[in-house]
Design a protein around this ligand. Structure first.
Ligand SMILES: NC(=O)c1ccc[n+]([C@@H]2O[C@H](COP(=O)([O-])OP(=O)(O)OC[C@H]3O[C@@H](n4cnc5c(N)ncnc54)[C@H](OP(=O)(O)O)[C@@H]3O)[C@@H](O)[C@H]2O)c1
Length: 259
């Protein structure tokens, strides 16, 4: 089979697929031959993203993955439209507030955890029983899932929890011939990173104008990633190229967490 068609005959679900990384991943998965169901809440954004992709392979469903109903709708839609589920990439995530943990409100904490970790668990509950053997599940963690980062405790704790969820799921799903791996996504050129960096700069400088990016300074590679670089890492985990990877955490961060 050619490298370009590594997902030929497979069906993939991607949550958070209208976002920067999700849209790039949907495109790479479709190019690799997969049928792809894109999931997010905002239907108009999903429609805009899918417009550039082949309609015979790519479709979307609007669903809130923070709810059990949303995840059920997602899984059942994939099965109805494509007949099988081979790949589940749980990518949807939110960053939440940047402030000392003592100032985080209960609502702020719950909002981040409801999407990033509780929603992901609900997604696994909905999808795992419907996946066929040989499947691959990918959970989106972050650099903040393997190291501490000040001023974003809801996000950091949710991204750490994802790695624990992935390892547990890997043990439980192995006998079903379904692999589960996490990606610790590093900084990607994206609105999410821009907002985050700006908040950090504002906090460090207390409003003084500066071009310095506190995250960039920590990356040995000296640059943020293109969304396609994250998509290609996900393609590796989605495809049979990673057939003996289970319970792993793939860091794709230009060396951010190496030290
Ligand atoms: N960008 C980075 O530098 C970076 C770094 C490390 C990790 N990550 C992680 O990578 C993932 C994607 O990042 P990104 O930059 O592509 O983010 P993004 O552009 O903000 O996209 C987020 C996606 O998640 C969806 N989403 C949010 N809440 C949802 C919900 N309750 N139900 C369904 N969909 C929901 C959004 O669509 P709707 O709002 O329409 O629902 C959107 O499609 C996140 O998990 C993030 O934590 C990103």
């Amino acid at each position: 089979m050619s490298q370009a068609k590594r997902l030929s005959g497979k069906t993939a679900i991607i949550t958070g697929a209208s976002g920067t990384i999700g849209a790039a991943t949907a495109s790479v998965f479709a190019e690799a031959g997969a049928n792809v169901l894109l999931v997010a809440r905002d239907e108009s954004k999903l429609a805009a993203v899918t417009q550039t992709m082949p309609a015979s392979q790519v479709s979307f469903v609007a669903a809130d993955i923070a709810t059990a109903q949303g995840n059920q709708l997602m899984a059942e839609t994939a099965l109805q439209r494509y007949g099988v589920i081979d790949v589940f990439y749980a990518l949807a995530g939110v960053t939440g507030p940047m402030k000392p943990l003592t100032d985080v409100t209960e609502d702020e904490w719950d909002t981040v955890h409801n999407v990033n970790i509780r929603g992901m668990w609900l997604g696994l509950k909905a999808v795992i029983p419907l996946m066929r053997a040989g499947g691959s599940i990918i959970l989106c963690s972050a650099g903040a899932g393997v190291i501490g980062v000040g001023l974003c405790s809801p996000y950091v704790t949710s991204k750490h929890a994802i790695i624990g969820l992935g390892r547990t799921a890997a043990i439980e799903c192995g006998p079903k011939q379904i692999r589960v791996n996490s990606i610790a996504v590093g900084g990607v050129e994206s609105p999410m990173l821009e907002n985050y960096s700006q908040q950090a700069v504002d906090d460090i400088t207390e409003g003084a104008a500066t071009e310095a990016n506190p995250f960039l300074a920590r990356i040995p590679e000296g640059r943020f990633a293109k969304p396609q670089e994250m998509a290609r890492a996900a393609l590796f985990l989605a495809s049979d190229d990673s057939s003996y990877c289970n319970g792993s955490v793939l860091t794709v961060d230009g060396g951010l967490t190496a030290s």
